[in-house]
Design a protein around this ligand. Structure first.
Ligand SMILES: C[S@@+](CC[C@H](N)C(=O)[O-])C[C@H]1O[C@@H](n2cnc3c(N)ncnc32)[C@H](O)[C@@H]1O
Length: 242
């Protein structure tokens, strides 16, 4: 998709990260924030006949720009030409997939994602989701775990989860994935320290079944078995019977 674009719209850092792929295309750089302006501009440029790539990090449909395209289309307030454009969403590798691949297979059984940003979602809704995910024993990927002004939510989530899963539940802290300064750590839930997390970290908390295993080369991995221990015997019996 980027290979066909005449114009690129996005946060400057993301356009820089495109490297040689950005060459020969017109850049429309934006600062962090200004998201609606970015998306509107991309749609207007497409309405003027340009082939536009609206560039996001990870997957464009996961806490990202693709949603805003459809919100603008749905809520009106766009020039007619921008409303008639052809839209295509290209899949990307979301932070939780990149973090999972770096650390093994923590998403081997049911998981969910929760954004801890209360900018657009009330905290009591977020808290209710954490509670439900904790009770249902999902592996949970927390996006937007902290921001410069917001540091209490992750500690609250940790304390809530500790009521439902063991203190040594593995937690993955993956920061700057795929970029310079990438860091990936595996810690225990009870030892999860908010100061080890920044805005560019995705935090994956294992379920009560998630385990740490060390490979022959001495590397620690996290995995979540596909089934629950009590069920494994019967699953094997069923496989044998089929
Ligand atoms: C607005 S969301 C964007 C998510 C993105 N669309 C995706 O699919 O990964 C921003 C959050 O995603 C996570 N994130 C995005 N890029 C990351 C990266 N390179 N490394 C680790 N986490 C990242 C962080 O939790 C960050 O606070």
């Amino acid at each position: 998709m980027i290979g066909e674009a005449t114009d690129l719209v996005g946060y400057s850092l993301y356009l820089d990260l495109l490297g040689p792929l950005a060459r020969g295309r017109t850049r429309h750089d934006y600062d962090l924030g200004a998201e609606e302006a970015r998306v509107r501009r991309a749609m207007e440029l497409a309405g003027e006949g340009k082939t536009v790539a609206l560039v996001c990090s990870g997957d464009a449909g996961i806490y990202a720009m693709a949603t805003l395209v459809f919100e603008l289309l749905d809520n009106g307030d766009l020039p007619d030409a921008a409303r008639r454009i052809a839209i295509e969403v290209s899949p990307g590798i979301s932070a939780l997939q990149a973090a999972a691949a770096r650390t093994g297979a923590p998403l081997g059984h049911d998981f969910c994602t929760i954004s801890l940003s209360d900018l657009l979602t009330p905290w009591d809704v977020i808290e209710a989701r954490i509670q439900a995910a904790a009770e249902a024993d999902f592996v949970i990927a927390f996006y937007n775990p902290v921001s410069k002004k917001r540091r209490t939510q992750l500690a609250h989530a940790r304390d809530l989860l500790l009521r439902h899963r063991p203190a040594d539940t593995p937690v993955i802290l993956a920061t700057n994935l795929g970029r310079e300064g990438e860091s990936v750590r595996i810690v225990e839930l009870a030892a999860l320290n908010i100061d080890d997390v920044d805005m560019l970290t995705v935090v994956i908390v294992g379920s009560s079944e998630s385990r740490v295993v060390t490979s022959g080369e001495g590397r620690r991995f996290v995995y979540t078995p596909r089934g629950y221990a009590g069920k494994a015997g019967s699953a094997m019996k069923r496989d044998a019977a089929e």
